[in-house]
Design a protein around this ligand. Structure first.
Ligand code: 5AD
Ligand code: SF4
Length: 467
């Protein structure tokens, strides 16, 4: 069930914001905050809200933790190396605390939604002042107020299946792109995945709230709306609506802009959704559809609810309805019990589909998930070899894949200075492919038509036409 946080609670937090702003205004200069976000776009979006709240408390921002008055690490738990990185960075803050004992060090996000992590921070990172969970984001003003007035260590990780906080201030990282969460949490329980445990059950924002935020973002100059959720394809189930309907409603908002979304689950990628995408001209021609494995047996162990055959049927329908669509995917190598034969099915699937690009991961056991309890006889060395083999096969497939764009004229959103050459401009095609082209910096933030002249493995170059 969708449960918005009450208006009274949100008003109470605004009062704490005002109190913090008052305390901060009595200082000689405004305090600086450093917010470091790890992980996915959902976390980036939370980071923008953290910064929005801190800005209203009167904080300025710095890119470095050195000399900051407030340091917040917004963490990711999806794989062990993500957690290791946070602990490494957190350890380094010990010196910062020694230099400036008044600094407030906070840790939030997915990692701290796990009890064993909170215990580890309590024990081994005494310089951390504040820990708050993913359900407690909106209480940051109150937590910071207590840090400014009482200076006691605080750990606030409320249980529960999560709530939705509407109306939080947002300080967007990118003027051209607005990330708009449409739902939070996940109900899928893929056996390898920590997300349902750290982000709670699925809950969708109301269509009106989403459309309101989308309209405001477009009015403020956003050219790309990124609709976010752990599994956007199951948007709105409890509200009596669905993702295709939402896409159609966003598509008719006035103005030239692009609509992207992530992440998708193949089990919910229905024909109706693909039809909606085909018919909505503002929606990106890029499908990121994480397949995870090419073996139906492993997909069963992963609790993915589709087979290799089901996935290939979806791909076939996408290619039939939207022949120019780009397709990307996520693959996990070395899932517990995966055999050489299973892995070869993954290789054969990627050869068959010819993805435009792949995000590849070695399986990382996550405490509390089902897969972490499964027998896992394949050695880390062997998994490493499979992983390298997968990269080599994909690199071979990627070669020459972009040649098809040469000669085409594509509508490109111009985003900034060139990647292949800084004197050029860079942008993305409707398929999310990078293109560099010559032109005036004034064009940044505008859509232009670019005729593609050359294809490289990861990018294109071209020339503006019809300006
Ligand atoms: N180990 C390795 N990769 C994982 N992913 C999610 N959980 C794990 C894990 N425990 C990958 C999946 C997912 C992507 C965001 O991260 O491929 O699609
Ligand atoms: Fe990491 Fe998943 Fe949390 Fe995103 S939702 S920050 S990927 S654990």
């Amino acid at each position: 069930m969708t449960k918005n946080i009450s208006a009274e609670e949100m008003a109470k937090q605004r009062e704490f914001t005002a109190k913090c702003a008052e305390i901060n205004s009595r200082r000689g200069s405004p305090p600086t905050a450093h917010v470091h976000t790890f992980g996915c776009q959902q976390n980036v979006s939370d980071g923008e809200k953290i910064k929005g709240m801190l800005a209203e408390m009167g904080c300025g921002f710095s890119d470095s933790p050195e000399g900051a008055d407030i340091i917040i690490f917004n963490t990711c738990a999806v794989r062990e190396n993500a957690e290791d990185r946070v602990f490494g960075n957190l350890g380094a803050l010990k010196h910062e605390k020694r230099r400036n004992p008044n600094v407030v060090i906070g840790v939030c996000g997915c990692m701290v939604q796990q009890e064993h992590i909170v215990e580890k921070i309590k024990r081994s990172f005494p310089h951390v002042d504040l820990v708050f969970g993913t359900n407690a984001l909106h209480t940051l003003p109150e937590l910071i107020y207590r840090q400014l007035t009482e200076r006691k260590r605080e750990f606030y990780v409320p249980e529960g299946d999560g709530v939705i906080a509407e109306g939080l201030p947002i300080r967007r990282e990118n003027a051209l792109r607005a990330s708009i969460p449409i739902m939070y949490g996940c109900n899928n329980f893929c056996t390898y995945c920590i997300v349902p445990y750290v982000r709670g059950r699925e809950r969708s924002r109301s269509k009106e709230d989403i459309l309101g935020e989308a309209r405001t973002a477009v009015q403020n100059g956003a050219k790309e709306l990124l609709l976010l959720g752990q599994n956007v394809n199951s948007y709105g189930k409890e509200l009596g609506t669905d993702f295709p309907a939402l896409l159609r409603a966003v598509n008719v908002i006035d103005g030239e802009f692009r609509v992207c979304y992530m992440s998708s689950h193949p089990k919910d990628a229905t024909r109706e959704l693909i039809d909606a995408i085909a018919e909505c001209e503002k929606v990106t021609r890029h499908f990121h559809l994480p397949v995870q494995s090419g073996s139906s047996r492993v997909l069963g162990l992963m609790n993915r609810h589709y087979t290799r055959g089901d996935y290939l049927k979806i791909v076939e329908y996408i290619r039939e309805r939207i022949p120019d669509a780009a397709l990307t995917s996520d693959i996990i190598v070395g899932f517990p019990g995966e055999t050489r034969e299973d892995f070869e099915e993954t290789l054969s699937l990627i050869r068959e589909v010819k993805f435009d690009s792949l995000y590849t991961f070695i399986y990382s056991p996550r405490k509390g998930t089902k897969a972490a309890e499964m027998p896992d006889p394949v050695s880390a060395e062997e998994k490493g070899e499979w992983f390298r083999e997968l990269l080599a096969v994909q690199s071979e497939i990627g070669r020459g894949l972009y040649e098809k764009y040469v000669g085409q004229t594509l509508r490109v959103l111009c985003e900034g200075g060139g990647r292949t050459d800084p004197s050029l401009l860079t942008g993305k095609t409707p398929q999310d492919v990078i293109v560099d082209f010559g032109g005036d910096k004034e064009l940044i933030g505008k859509f232009v038509d670019v005729k593609i002249e050359r294809a490289y493995q990861w990018a294109l170059t071209g020339k503006i036409v019809n300006l």
